[in-house]
Design a protein around this ligand. Structure first.
Ligand SMILES: [Zn+2]
Ligand SMILES: [Zn+2]
Length: 329
């Protein structure tokens, strides 16, 4: 009997632990403002804030404020807050990012929580807001040079380590996922089970800079998250509509935009998709893989061939015309 009771208590404790380890689900049901073809005629707020839970916020810059329409993530701990990416707009008059973040940060004794501003990678649409955030008291901006990033987070081995960012009662981890950019990071928040994947994986164009690095990163990201509960994978942009068609590059209008969240299975499908990538362009239901540099080179080669052909044709026509003029009737 006693044995049974102990066994029952143990099972209950184990079950309680397992329940505790599961992340608490938040709210991903949001409709982002779509921007417009004519932004002047359809004014919308430059920055939209969505409350995922009491200490997690998703911010989206309107396509009219910047066509990249990046997504930013604010995670609040007991001691510090972490902002993942600072967006595409530096000017605080047109993009009230610092003010919005300051309003979201909890205050105690008149001072707001210290803020760490991290970046998924150094492309300017993910860090242009640094300048205005740096003016906030208690804000610390993570540097953008790779060597400084390695030092800041304490990576001993850039491609093998998992580093921890302790926010107080909330630990966010990061691993390196180069391929889109050599300094790219993927963040994982155990509290919510959210993975933040920047431009490495998003519902849109995955722009390949280094395919070998990208493939290795996809393998490592899958292995890293395999045993972890992942509620959603959240990227840096949404570039597809609900039919899986991409908005044209540079468009300030995102009608019928698809949902932001990708599933763990989408990440797990990435290694195979990258393996079969033809080097130029491959389309999948949830993302498109492309190499912009190669496509540009192919386009340039096409233009050169077309021009060469045209010149050859014109010269041929010119010669035959000359012969006809010389031939007596
Ligand atoms: Zn990028
Ligand atoms: Zn981007």
């Amino acid at each position: 009997m006693n044995k049974m009771r102990v066994g029952l208590a143990l099972t209950t404790a184990l079950l309680a632990n397992a329940t505790l380890a599961q992340p608490v689900a938040g709210d991903l049901n949001v409709r982002w403002n779509p921007g417009a073809e004519d932004c002047a005629a359809n004014p919308q707020p430059p920055l939209q804030v969505h409350r995922y839970d009491a200490t997690t916020f998703i911010l989206r810059q309107n396509p009219c404020a910047h066509f990249e329409a990046p997504l930013l993530y604010l995670l609040i701990g007991d001691q510090r807050a972490l902002l993942i990416d600072s967006g595409a707009v530096e000017d605080e008059a047109s993009m009230p990012l610092a003010k919005t973040i300051a309003d979201l940060l909890p205050r105690s004794d008149g001072a707001s929580l210290p803020l760490v501003v991290a970046h998924t990678h150094r492309h300017t649409d993910h860090r242009a807001g640094d300048a205005q955030l740096a003016k906030l008291p208690g804000a610390e901006i993570v540097p953008i040079e790779l060597e400084d990033i390695v030092k800041y987070y304490g990576f001993k081995s850039w491609l093998e380590d998992t580093v921890k960012i302790d926010l107080g009662g909330r630990v966010v981890e990061a691993i390196a996922v180069p391929g889109h950019m050599r300094d790219h990071l993927l963040f994982y928040d155990a509290k919510t089970g959210l993975a933040f994947s920047g431009d490495f994986l998003l519902p849109g164009r995955l722009l390949v800079d280094d395919i070998d690095a990208y493939r290795a990163s996809a393998d490592r990201a899958v292995a890293y998250l395999r045993s972890k509960p992942v509620t959603a994978v959240l990227g840096g942009h949404i570039e597809l509509d609900t039919n899986g068609e991409a908005f044209s590059r540079g468009s300030t209008h995102h009608p019928n935009e698809r949902a932001l969240a990708l599933a763990k299975q989408n990440l797990e499908s990435l290694p195979a998709a990258l393996q079969e990538f033809n080097g130029f362009y491959s389309k999948y239901p949830n993302f498109i893989i492309m190499n912009p540099m190669r496509n540009l080179l192919v386009l340039a080669a096409g233009v050169i061939i077309a021009l060469t052909l045209l010149i050859w044709l014109v010269r041929r026509l010119w010669k035959s015309r000359g012969k006809r003029v010389l031939t007596p009737a």
